[in-house]
Design a protein around this ligand. Structure first.
Ligand code: ATP
Length: 494
């Protein structure tokens, strides 16, 4: 059974991943705050993306452009004229909907065949009593909807102390344009040869008409975008370079999500139909994920041709070309754009990691995060919090491990409860300090200097010397198998 959105929302709040923004004031539509564990998870996603795509690749560099840009950027990019969604209003309850999404919502119906009884009918279906399809407002079931009107999704703001049209600017609705306008700066300063890419992670803002579904569609969100510039005159493996690199980026992106835990059966590729393609795009493919709301876009990978660089050259009067030494000619590069949402990626990783299982007659909730994503890597737990020597040793172990990883100390419950709590937030390993570790002089038992490590997924335990902990975790947290630890060190009782 796939996890429901309600379960994820409540786990996120209860365990400090995600809170509703401004909750004490009743919340604000579609804005969410990442709590102590959520911010770690989000940072981890961004860190591995940056490391894998920017730092490890010789053909990539990074950028951090400002959110507010020259207003002409958005004229040139087409956003002022075209970044719109069709909107309809209910004349009765004044609710506003995206015209192209109204039929994807369940709808309220007062059925004449059953004395006007009220039903909520699943999206796109007809009433099973009278056969009617939706014609009125899906929310109140009574009001007529207006004809669609275009609504621009960009947030407007004013630069400086005067609110006048000359000072009008926008919060960026995507990070991509910051890359295009810096194409020449980056190419020159970094002496880049095609093909090369520029990546950026940052906030984007869209005044979505119907936000919702938790962090899936919000008005403020984060993107991880790459613009990969290629020479359209080149061929690679018998294909035009842009088509070859488009394929490569689709395959790389799918593999990346799987590498960090998304199951293959929950991912699929959806090609944009001809009539759905943006006018400048040669081809666009979306990676869709089987979210709790059904199959929906996780990221898009578009071949944007030379549209953006040509537009910015036209509006700025600056040449945005590349000199092809071999052919002795200036070309406008084509661009492949892999564009992912940080928040949607986080939602997908959270949903895929969530599992409920039965252990000794009790429900265990576990987030099976990849170790690189887990907000906490190791939890150090004292078996008896009244024993000062156990507590002191546990703190020392935590301090040593915390030099390398996100490690917590917790003594606020009995050990079984502490394990369950760590399972529920996806901590891959727990370390328990007990009486044997420090010894018991009253009973004449000497310290063995060993602790118990517990593996989240198998719940197996091994007894490991404190001195070996850093080496053991270095291996485990870098993808090493638990079985190697289990075969080297003696098992401890569960
Ligand atoms: P959708 O069709 O869902 O509105 P889009 O096709 O407009 O998305 P893009 O412009 O391709 O989205 O943006 C790239 C990525 O940014 C998306 O794949 C998604 O992960 C993320 N994204 C876009 N809009 C939002 C939003 N309102 N909230 C959260 N993430 C978003």
């Amino acid at each position: 059974m796939p996890v429901t959105m309600d379960t994820l929302v409540s786990l996120s709040k209860r365990r400090g991943f995600i809170f509703q923004s401004s909750e004490i004031y009743g919340g604000i539509g579609s804005c969410w705050d990442y709590g102590p564990l959520g911010v770690e998870l989000k940072q981890n996603i961004k860190r591995i993306w940056w490391r894998d795509y920017i730092q490890r690749r010789p053909d990539m560099v990074g950028l951090d452009a400002s959110i507010i840009m020259h207003p002409t950027v958005w004229k040139a990019s087409g956003h002022v004229d075209n970044f719109t969604d069709p909107m309809v209003d209910c004349l009765e309850c004044r609710h506003r909907f995206r015209a192209d999404k109204v039929d994807e919502m369940p709808w309220v119906h007062y059925c004449a065949a059953t004395k006007g009884n009220k039903f909520t009918i699943p999206a796109g279906e007809a009433c099973s009593h009278c056969g009617e399809r939706r014609t009125q407002c899906p929310d109140c079931g009574k009001g007529r909807l207006t004809a669609p009107r275009q609504f621009n999704l960009m947030f407007k703001t004013f630069m400086g102390p005067v609110e006048e049209d000359a000072a009008l600017t926008y919060l960026r609705p995507e990070t991509a344009q910051g890359i295009f306008v810096n194409f020449d700066n980056v190419a020159q300063s970094m002496r880049r040869k095609l093909p090369f890419g520029i990546g950026q992670i940052g906030k984007a803002f869209r005044n979505e008409i119907t936000p919702g579904n938790f962090i899936f569609r919000t008005r403020e969100f984060e993107q991880m975008e790459i613009e990969y510039f290629v020479n359209p005159r080149d061929t690679v493996e018998g294909k035009p370079a842009d088509e070859y690199w488009h394929e490569r980026w689709i395959a790389d992106s799918l593999a990346w999500f799987q590498r960090y835990g998304l199951r293959a059966e929950n991912l699929r590729l959806r090609e944009h139909e001809k009539d759905e393609l943006a006018h400048y795009a040669k081809r666009t493919a979306d990676i869709e994920y089987y979210f709790p709301i059904g199959w929906s876009e996780l990221m898009g990978i578009a071949n944007r041709t030379d549209f953006d660089l040509k537009q910015h050259a036209k509006f700025s009067g600056k040449a945005l070309t590349y000199f092809d030494e071999e052919r002795k000619e200036h070309v406008v590069p084509y661009v492949i754009e892999p564009s992912a949402g940080v928040d949607r990626a986080l939602l997908a990783f959270l949903a895929d990691a969530y599992q409920e299982e039965e252990v000794r007659g009790e429900k265990r909730v576990v987030l099976r995060f990849h170790p690189e994503l887990a907000p906490v890597k190791v939890a150090v737990l004292p078996l008896l919090k009244k024993r000062e020597d156990i507590v002191r040793t546990a703190h020392t172990v935590r301090d040593t491990l915390a030099r390398h990883w996100a490690v917590v100390y917790d003594d606020t419950a009995a050990i079984g409860r502490l394990y369950r709590r760590q399972d529920e937030v996806g901590t891959p390993y727990c370390v328990t300090v007990d009486v044997q570790t420090v010894g018991d002089s009253d009973k004449g038992e000497s310290a063995d200097g060993k602790v118990t490590i517990r593996d989240r997924d198998s719940m197996e335990q091994a007894r490991v010397p404190i001195d070996a902990l850093s080496t053991v975790f270095l291996d485990l947290l870098n993808g090493g198998a638990w079985s190697a630890v289990a075969s080297k060190y003696p098992a401890a009782k569960a």
